[in-house]
Write a protein that binds this ligand. Structure first.
Ligand code: ARG
Ligand code: MN
Ligand code: MN
Length: 270
């Protein structure tokens, strides 16, 4: 990666076969990509970093997935290849199972990473409905492999007894929604990976998700935390966009805004 001008690699992950309750996020990636390139906006992040000008955007399209067992390896290998190519991968989901193989792939190059995770759910189930690769379990798999030095979770508001026990077992740092303020979030250092489940947002800001959980974050809350990141990220994902639950594409626009702000975090801060 050139010190002067980093490259991000946009990778769509059209998969929702490990979802619970509702499927539909597999249709998300092209709609988020279209919202990112819509003429209603421009490519400037709020920091002033401009995609295409200050950050090269390499769009890899959708990864070929077939809902079979090989999908895990395909996603993991795409993350590893991006790291070896010295580009910053930004994955567009698809459901939250994808973060499990993504982190496995990045760790192969970077070693154990620090994760900043926004979600209504801790996604730490030992397994969910019998599926260890469930979108409700990615961070249990990551923590049990030792792939994370730190896992900081923000916006959590669905902790049941099982997940509270998992938090304790894995030493997860949780900023629950009931305690949230942007400056209360411990922003980890490098190597930093950021995962955003759109249901971290209140349904008023992001109706286009399966799991509507009231009392969530605002878009500005998430941006206020992202703007406190001081190290260039090694990768990120935005997941769980469900087009069929959206209203006038507003959640696709929110997802695209987050992709743009995440891409800007590939640039070292002055
Ligand atoms: N990433 C998710 N949507 N997790 C699924 C949540 C599972 C279950 N409904 C719960 O509330 O604990
Ligand atoms: Mn969630
Ligand atoms: Mn999630």
């Amino acid at each position: 990666m050139s010190a002067a001008r980093p490259t991000i690699r946009l990778i769509g992950l059209p998969t929702d076969s490990h979802s619970s309750f509702l499927r539909g996020s597999a249709a998300g990636p092209p709609l988020i990509r279209a919202a990112l390139r819509s003429d209603h906006a421009n490519m400037a992040a709020e920091s002033g970093v401009e995609l295409d000008a200050d950050v090269t955007v390499e769009d890899a399209g959708e990864l070929a997935l077939d809902e079979g067992a090989a999908d895990f390896d395909r996603i993991r290998d795409a993350a590893t290849q991006a790291a070896r190519d010295e580009v910053v991968p930004i994955f567009i989901g698809g459901d939250h199972m994808v973060t499990n193989p993504i982190v496995a792939g990045l760790v192969a190059v970077h070693g154990p990473v620090n994760i900043l995770h926004f979600d209504a759910h801790p996604d730490l189930y030992a397994d969910f409905e019998g599926d260890p690769l469930s979108h409700a379990s990615p961070f249990a798999r990551i923590m049990e492999r030792g792939d994370a030095q730190r896992l900081v979770q923000v916006g959590i508001r669905t902790l049941n007894a099982h997940c509270r026990a998992q938090v304790a077992v894995y030493g997860v740092e949780v900023v629950e929604m009931r305690d949230f303020a942007p400056d209360r979030v411990p922003v980890p250092h490098a190597p930093l990976y950021i995962s955003i489940d759109l249901d971290a947002l209140d349904p008023a800001f992001a109706p286009g998700v399966a799991h509507h959980e009231p009392g969530g974050l605002s878009v500005r809350d998430i941006l206020s935390v992202l703007h406190r990141v001081r190290v260039p990220i090694i990768g990120a994902d935005v997941v769980e966009y469900h087009p069929q639950r959206d209203i006038h594409g507003m959640t696709a626009t929110v997802a695209a805004k987050l992709v743009k702000e995440l891409a800007a975090l590939s640039v070292p801060r002055a």
